[in-house]
Structures are given as structure tokens and as C-alpha cells.
Design a protein around this ligand. Structure first.
Ligand code: ATP
Length: 209
């Protein structure tokens, strides 16, 4: 990948979408694995054809779109079926992300890999959105009307706060207001423009790791 790729991660409800929206508003390409995972199984896409050929039409809704709940219940209790599903979707998602990044004309681009460790060889710097568990719980229960126990169960499947911080090159602390978040994004945007070589750095502002 020729472009500077920033990997953006953070736990559930940490503010990844809020942060990526701010970078997008500054003209930066966002390649989001969650968005790509929905795109690659749209009706007419090859991945959906392979999934239907394997699982049957029972995983389709009447309008021809994928019945995510039906598929989830099949793969939930069957690791082999889950593996098959991933063998179809993961390469399709990575191809879609690669296409977005290769077509990007912004000075640098952001890759959001929400699930798993958020690591990928395309990524040159890791940006982590960091909040306390209490803030995660408060924001997700307010956003999704989820029970606290449900949110805790999802958090338990994700890397820990410390694991994320251990591989972070840059950290955004999202405990304050949205205005404070925007200020941090602006600082990082300026830093990434310098690192990407699209603006020259002054001795005071250059801060390579
Ligand atoms: P997920 O992991 O579920 O995709 P996320 O990391 O993308 O979540 P967001 O959806 O950006 O997180 O933020 C979670 C919720 O918290 C949203 O409702 C968002 O509007 C709100 N939020 C994010 N940052 C702040 C902030 N600084 N102040 C107040 N609310 C915030």
C-alpha cells in the first residue's frame, strides 16, 4: 500500500465512528470493515451467491437480502459452518477495503478494523480511541438501549483496554466533550499530513515516533 494508512481501533462505544466522521469531514478516506462487511453480501454480490449455494435459500429474506439473524443462529453453534462463512466473507471484505484504499486520493487514509486485534500489515500507525469501561457502558447503553450485561458480554470478547494501548502509536482520549474530541482529531490530522509528506514540517511540529 503506497499511501500512509492509519489503523483506527477502540472498544465498543469508545467513539470510533465519531472520530472517523471527523476525519472524513477533513476529506480523509475511511475504509470501514463493518461497512464493507455489509456491502459484500448485498444482493447480486458474489459472496452472497456462495453463501446461498452453501446454506440454502433459508438464509434469504423475502426481498432477497441476507437474513443475518438466521445465518447467525446457524453459525453460532457450529464452528465448521462459521469457518466456511468466514472463508467467503473475509477475503471479500479485504478486497473491498483494498479497493477503497487503492482508489483513495486523500493524503492519508484510515482503516477501521473494529473486530479482533485491529492489526494488519497495511497499517503504518495505530490510532486507538481510549475511554474507561464506565464511559463505554454509559454511552453504549444510552445509544442502543442495551442492558449493561449485554454490553459487558461484548466487551469481554474484545481485546482489553491495556492490550490496545500497548500497540497504540497515537491515542485519543474520549472522556470529554465532542469539541474536545474534534480538537484532538485536528492535532492528529496535522501530524498525519506531515507524516504523509503532503505538508512540510517545522522543527517544532515534527514529531516522528
Ligand atoms: P461501536 O464499537 O459500537 O461501533 P464506536 O466506537 O463507533 O461504537 P460511537 O458510535 O462513535 O462509538 O460512540 C458511541 C456513542 O457515544 C455514540 O452515541 C456517540 O454519539 C457517543 N459519543 C461519542 N463520543 C462522545 C463524546 N465525546 N461525548 C458524548 N458522547 C459521545
Amino acid at each position: 500500500m503506497k499511501q500512509l494508512i492509519i489503523g483506527l481501533t477502540g472498544g465498543i462505544g469508545s467513539g470510533k465512528t465519531a472520530v472517523s466522521d471527523l476525519f472524513a469531514a477533513r476529506g480523509i478516506t475511511i475504509a470501514d470493515a463493518d461497512v464493507a462487511s455489509r456491502e459484500v453480501v448485498q444482493p447480486g454480490m458474489p459472496a452472497l451467491g456462495k453463501i446461498v449455494a452453501h446454506f440454502g435459500e433459508q438464509i434469504l429474506l423475502p426481498d432477497g437480502s441476507m437474513d443475518r439473524a438466521a445465518l447467525r443462529s446457524i453459525v453460532f453453534s457450529d464452528p465448521a459452518e462459521r469457518k466456511f462463512l468466514e472463508s467467503v466473507t473475509v477475503p471479500a471484505i479485504m478486497n473491498r477495503l483494498q479497493e477503497i484504499l487503492e482508489n483513495s486520493t486523500s493524503p492519508y487514509a484510515i482503516l477501521m478494523l473494529s473486530s479482533g486485534s485491529g492489526q494488519h500489515p497495511w497499517i503504518r500507525r495505530h490510532l486507538v480511541v481510549d475511554v474507561s469501561e464506565a464511559t463505554q457502558l454509559a454511552r453504549v447503553t444510552a445509544r442502543d438501549q442495551n442492558e449493561e450485561a449485554q454490553v459487558r458480554a461484548i466487551m469481554a470478547t474484545q481485546p482489553t483496554r491495556q492490550q490496545r494501548l500497548d500497540y497504540a502509536d497515537d491515542v485519543i482520549t474520549n472522556e470529554g466533550t465532542l469539541a474536545a474530541l474534534e480538537q484532538q482529531v485536528d492535532q492528529l490530522h496535522n501530524k498525519y499530513l506531515i507524516l504523509s509528506g503532503s505538508v512540510s514540517s517545522t522543527p517544532e511540529s515534527s514529531e516522528e515516533r
